[in-house]
Write a protein of this length. Structure first.
Length: 188
């Protein structure tokens, strides 16, 4: 499956150049001339990466990086500018850009940086999935006195460095409880 890219640049000539090169490199590319168009595109589909100009007619690409990160922390973002300096690059990375390139862009370097940024995005999505799965496995202890005793014993087991054996019938949640004890312990 092709990675999907959103190219946001107010210069149509530059946009077409990126599109030609990136399509030949195997990417599916959609373009936007303004941030408003980029927001609309992001509202209608998910992208694997965004190639983003720093200065656009309707706002700053730097601010847009923060906006995108708040909505989709896993999307790869490469910020491109004609006026690159070290403080701007540091600020871009602080806000969540994966890379910062200056114009004129070396297309081979762009493909390399884009590939690395996409790899980071895949890793971030994997981390998000693992976090969601961990949340799904949180046991519900309940309010009954017997349930409170089980939780107290599980908390004590998590604080302790000894081996724990959990007995019970099939389907009562022994595995979920064991994972919870392990995650609460210092061993994680």
């Amino acid at each position: 499956m092709k990675a999907t890219l959103l190219v946001v640049d107010d210069n149509e000539t530059v946009q077409n150049l990126y599109r030609r090169i990136l399509v030949l490199a195997g990417y599916e590319v959609q373009s936007a001339l303004r941030l408003s168009e980029a927001r609309e595109a992001l509202g209608s589909r998910r992208f694997d990466a965004i190639l983003l100009d720093l200065n656009l007619p309707d706002g700053s690409g730097m601010d847009f990086v923060s906006e995108v990160r708040a909505v989709d922390p896993s999307v790869a973002i490469v910020l491109i500018t004609g006026h690159g300096d070290v403080p701007a690059a540091v600020e871009a990375m602080r806000r969540g850009a994966d890379n910062f390139l200056t114009k004129p862009v070396d297309m081979e370097a762009l493909k390399l940086f884009l590939g690395k940024a996409l790899e980071l995005g895949v890793m971030r999505r994997g981390q998000q999935t693992r976090r969601r799965m961990v949340k799904m496995l949180q046991p519900y202890f309940g309010d009954a006195p017997a349930s409170r005793r089980v939780r107290e014993q599980a908390e004590a087991a998590a604080r302790n460095d000894s081996t724990v054996v959990i007995y019970g019938e099939t389907g009562v949640g022994k595995g979920v409880l064991a994972r919870w004890i392990h995650e609460q312990s210092a061993r994680t």
